[in-house]
Structures are given as C-alpha cells and as structure tokens.
Design a protein around this ligand. Structure first.
Ligand code: 13P
Ligand code: SF4
Length: 365
C-alpha cells in the first residue's frame, strides 16, 4: 500500500512542485543536463537491477512511473557530486534506488559528518537536514521540501529551553535530535532514540531534563536511576498506537512478535517484545527472523525491511508520517537540478548546536 501512496505522489508532480523555488538560490551552481523522463526500454534495462530490490513492494505496473526519476536522480547526483542520506521511513523507491546512505537519526548524523561529497540531499525531515548542515557547515545541504517538519521539533523553541533552565538551575538538558537547530543550541547535549539512556547516564548527575518527547523521556526513566524531568511533546505518528491494538494483534496470532519505537506510549512498549530506534528495530527483525512481526512505527519501514527479509511476514498497523512523505522522487530531482531548498543556519546558532550534537557523537557506543 505504501508503494501506491508513492505513485499517487509521483502523479501529482506539477502540484507537488507548486510553490517550491525554481532557481534563485541555486544560481551559483552550473546548470546540469537533466535526462529525459520517458520510460523507454533503455531506462527499463538500466534500472532493472534496482527494480529487483523493490519488486516485492512495488508492482511491475508502477515501475514505469518511478524508473525514469530513479535514473535521472542517479545521473544528476553524479554531476553534482552529491549524496542522498535517507531515513528508514523514506519510501522504498527512495530508500532502495537513489539513497547512498540509509539509517536512523544517529547513523545519518554520523554519515553527514563523514560525507566527502560537496552536496548532501536529505531524504528525511527538516531537523535531519539541519543536523547535517550543523555537522557539515562547508557543504551545501538541500532538503527537497522544507515543509517536511516534525511534531516533536515543532513542540519546543529556544525560548522554552531558556525558561526551563531558569526554572531548574544547574540541571543539564538533553535534547532529542528531533529538535530545531535553535533548540540544540540551547541544550547541553543531544540524544537519539538509540543512545538516550547512555547519554543521560553519561552526565553523571541525579536529575536530567529531557526535551521534547514525553514518551522517550518515560522510556528512559523506566530504565535508569536518574530522575527525568520531561517536556510534553509527542510524535503524531507514534502517540496514536494503543495497547489495545497490540493485544488484538496477539489475540489474532499468539505467535506474532511486536517491535516498537520508544516514541510510543509506555503501555504500548509494555505490550511489545522489543523496543528500540528504527535501526535497532530493523536489526532485531534481521537477527530474530520472526515468522510474523508487527513493526509499531511509521509504515514505510516495513516495506524497506521486507525487501531484505523475504521469510518474515509483516503485520501492518499503517501510520504514515505526513512530513516524511513530503519527500518524493520528483522533488529530489527538482532539488538536485535547481539546488534548492538550501538549508541555512545562523553561524552562531550552528556553532552552539554543533557542540551539543558533537558531544553526543563523541560518546563511545
Ligand atoms: P530514529 O532515530 O529511531 O530513526 O527515529 C527518528 C524518528 O523521527 C522517529 O519517528
Ligand atoms: Fe517527527 Fe514522528 Fe514524523 Fe518522526 S515520525 S519525523 S518523530 S512526526
């Protein structure tokens, strides 16, 4: 079903590109040769090895819509000396056919710091593109649609963090990477869902403030002796899952395994067999090879894992992140051709935010 959703986005190309800048900020870059977007036997031949990777989730009738964009993006990427970093929630045609690096927020942040390309295109939401720019200030970082936000990042501002600091003097503040650069600049250290407990305990203090995800904060609080003071943000995708839904999955099939993201409410985590970041969830499925599994997270991830785990059946509670789904193949191509939309961060804010992200990255795994 997620693939159908992607095709709908592709067919809406003109509308989807409406309102995005066409040249402007990209004028300092030389024009590139944009390959023809017609599906021909040559395009079919050149992209056949990529179709093999997604054949389980994209029906053959849909491939002619994707293939010309896949070929064009891979060609323009070379001309621009660009890399595409794609989050695990990107649709399968992005994740499998044009991305150079895929992963969870921590892996993408690390790769952004290492990338030796001149241009980074972020297949993900705006805070992820900002993190890439924070770590690679000399590179051009592009986001194919800057409206790709995040309910967690939108729940807190730099002024909120300053107010928290005034209310709890001396208590360190940890920010989930799902925050703006402005918020990262105000905190002591960042964390992701894969290292949150480690980051909190590394501070060596009895009390820590965690922003902005109340559920990640509860997840950590249940697994550490450190007292956690939480902000009230929530992910609009994960907060919708319920324990009742999980119990119904088990009632339908007692052998089913349930794997959840820490952004879910605690009652949902309590019903699951494992909880971890998107990368940890994928590793769990690859290692444990359950006959049937429910991935309690954004819907596209099951499509992406499925390509590599043909023996596993995925039960699909399909919650889509509307922000992640703003990124499509036509918008990625548009972004590379026109060098838009460039992520720009005030240098002082970026320097302070970099300190928080680098402190996290410097912690030993
Ligand atoms: P991960 O760091 O686990 O990939 O999570 C990012 C995210 O946005 C989850 O909703
Ligand atoms: Fe933000 Fe939730 Fe979407 Fe992740 S899934 S980007 S936390 S809104």
């Amino acid at each position: 079903m997620a693939a159908l959703h992607s095709v709908a986005a592709l067919r809406a190309v003109p509308a989807a590109l409406d309102g995005l800048p066409v040249a402007g900020q990209g004028l300092r870059f030389p024009p590139v040769q944009v390959p023809d977007l017609t599906y021909t036997p040559e395009v079919a031949r050149e992209t056949a090895h990529l179709y093999d990777k997604v054949a389980r989730v994209i029906p053959p009738v849909e491939w002619p819509f994707f293939a010309p964009y896949v070929r064009a993006i891979n060609e323009v990427k070379r001309q621009r000396n660009a890399v595409i970093l794609a989050h695990n929630y990107q649709t399968p045609e992005i994740y499998n056919c044009v991305a150079d690096v895929v992963g969870d927020s921590l892996q993408l942040a690390r790769e952004a710091a290492r990338a030796d390309a001149e241009v980074i295109v972020q297949g993900g939401v705006h805070f992820m593109a900002e993190t890439s720019k924070i770590l690679s200030p000399d590179k051009t970082v592009l986001i194919p649609d800057s409206r790709a936000g995040c309910s967690l990042a939108a729940s807190i501002t730099g002024a909120d963090v300053r107010a928290l600091r005034a209310s709890y003097p001396g208590v360190p503040i940890v920010a989930y990477v799902n925050t703006s650069a402005e918020v990262k600049a105000e905190v002591d250290i960042c964390c992701t869902s894969s290292n949150a407990i480690h980051v909190v305990e590394s501070l060596g203090v009895p009390r820590v403030i965690m922003v902005p995800d109340q559920f990640l904060a509860k997840f950590v609080a249940a697994r550490t002796k450190v007292e956690i003071i939480a902000w009230h943000g929530a992910c609009e995708v994960h907060e919708r899952f319920t324990a009742e839904e999980m119990r119904r999955f088990r009632l339908d099939d007692p052998s089913v395994r349930i794997v959840a993201h820490p952004e879910c409410p605690p009652e949902v985590i309590a019903e699951s067999d494992f909880a971890g970041s998107t990368a940890a969830m994928i590793d769990w499925v690859k290692t444990n090879r359950p006959g049937r599994v429910v991935l309690v997270t954004e819907c596209s991830m099951a499509d992406n894992v499925m390509a590599e785990t043909p023996d596993v059946e995925f039960v699909r509670p399909c919650n889509l992140c509307p922000h992640m789904k703003r990124i499509t193949l036509p918008k990625i191509l548009h972004s590379l051709v026109n060098m838009t939309e460039e992520v720009v961060i005030d240098p002082d804010v970026a320097a302070r935010a970099r300190r928080s992200v680098e402190r996290m990255i410097a912690l030993k795994a």
